[in-house]
Ligand binder design. Structure first.
Ligand SMILES: C[S@@+](CC[C@H](N)C(=O)[O-])C[C@H]1O[C@@H](n2cnc3c(N)ncnc32)[C@H](O)[C@@H]1O
Length: 385
């Protein structure tokens, strides 16, 4: 039946998980009503005086999804031993890096610098008033508005001239393209920089070949950072378009010869097969949306499938594993939800589970003036002792 693949037996599902609700939709997630996140309050506040409206970018609207593929699953494995010790709460904070910093936030919006462009996007967490004057916000190069005739999509308005769909950016020494997408995203999630820095350092310190698996890898920035640090990378994403963008980024990053496998597949299907094949990885990054679909209509539901996904990821960790990193957006939940799931999954593995939030610190117009912390997502990661 459509939507039933990978469902766990009812008894194994945490009832607690079912009460968690969505907060914001991300790429690959099915269009759903998130009107609450696009309140006109925020938009009106920062709307520049004179804006030119440009045609919607060529990003495809979500098509009605095909029926889900036949169920493919396995029961959760029994776990014994102690739960790994915990380090909580950990707030991983970024004040920007490379071409990115958060300039200001407030009124349900954020003002960000991405290389040459200053951009205004909705930000439901920014409940306070902006620090900078209205005229600074009004001079932003691009503004994402909630004017939408299709659920979940919107438009970019450009203050001076219509900008191209992409522009060059660099983070942690890796070049890639920023991109005005019709789902308010810009081709990168800069709050992830803290995970990428951590990963880069671990790969460089390892002084041995390191295998990285990047699930739900989107435009591939994490995969490229890992490859640039010397890892052999397997990147999985359900979107052919995102894989195309990731390959474009690979060329821009001058990593054409780097050992990266780009795999367009349903993440669960892929990891189940990797488990059967006995393939193992030293670092696994998984950044699942709340809801998504594989290329053949396979359904990904975070609250239903996350326990099994982590269970399989544990089996995929090599004997010299360096870490398993989970980020969760789009949910209204405490980090403890994913923290305790990670500890249960890693029973008997030793090491430590550290969990908390990813936040970005405002850095002002000059990129150097610390301001308020903007929460972006929850994370949980297991690392060996
Ligand atoms: C939250 S983004 C990942 C962002 C990325 N990790 C980064 O930091 O740039 C979600 C991605 O999941 C992909 N996706 C959605 N459902 C999927 C599925 N069932 N299997 C594999 N990928 C999926 C989407 O195509 C999208 O690129």
């Amino acid at each position: 039946m459509a939507g039933k693949c990978y469902l766990l037996p009812k008894s194994q599902k945490s009832k607690r998980m079912n009460v968690l609700k969505n907060k914001e939709r991300r790429p690959g997630e099915k269009a759903r009503s998130d009107a609450g996140n696009r309140s006109s309050r925020g938009y009106a506040a920062a709307k520049p005086a004179a804006v030119k409206q440009v045609p919607r970018l060529q990003e495809r609207a979500a098509k009605p999804a095909p029926a889900a593929a036949p169920a493919e699953t396995r029961p959760l494995l029994p776990r014994s031993g102690e739960r790994p010790p915990e380090r909580v709460p950990i707030i991983l904070e970024s004040s920007g890096a490379g071409d990115f910093h958060l300039v200001d936030s407030g009124n349900g919006l954020k003002l960000e610098q991405y290389g040459p462009y200053r951009i205004v996007r909705p930000e439901a967490q920014a409940l306070w008033q902006p620090s900078l004057a209205g005229h600074v916000w009004e001079k932003a190069d691009a503004l994402f508005t909630g004017d939408t005739d299709e659920d979940g999509m919107g438009r970019w308005r450009f203050t001076r001239e219509a900008l191209g769909e992409t522009w060059p950016l660099s983070l942690l020494g890796t070049d890639f393209l920023g991109r005005f997408t019709s789902f308010r995203h810009v081709g990168v999630f800069p709050e992830q920089i803290v995970h990428w820095e951590w990963m880069k350092n671990r790969i460089e310190e390892a002084k041995r070949p390191v295998k990285v698996l990047n699930l739900f890898g989107y435009t591939g920035v994490a995969s490229l950072v890992a490859a640039a640090a010397g890892a052999e990378v397997t990147h999985v994403d359900a979107s052919k378009k995102a894989i195309g963008w990731a390959r474009e980024n690979q060329s821009l990053a001058r990593l054409d010869k780097a050992p990266i496998r780009w795999i367009c597949e349903d993440a669960m299907k892929f990891i189940l097969r990797e488990e059967r094949r006995g393939n193992r990885y030293d670092i696994i990054l998984t950044d699942p949306p709340k809801f998504g679909r594989g290329p053949n209509g396979e359904v990904w539901q975070l609250f239903d499938h996350l326990p099994l996904m982590l269970d399989i990821c544990r089996e995929l960790l090599s004997s010299k594993a360096i870490g398993l990193v989970l980020t969760a957006y789009s949910i209204r939940a405490s980090f403890y939800s994913i923290h305790e799931l990670m500890r249960e999954t890693m029973r008997g593995a030793g090491g430590v589970v550290e969990s908390g939030e990813l936040v970005i610190r405002e850095a002002g117009l000059d990129g150097k003036t610390p301001g308020r912390a903007l929460s972006t997502s929850l994370f949980s990661r297991w690392v060996p002792a």
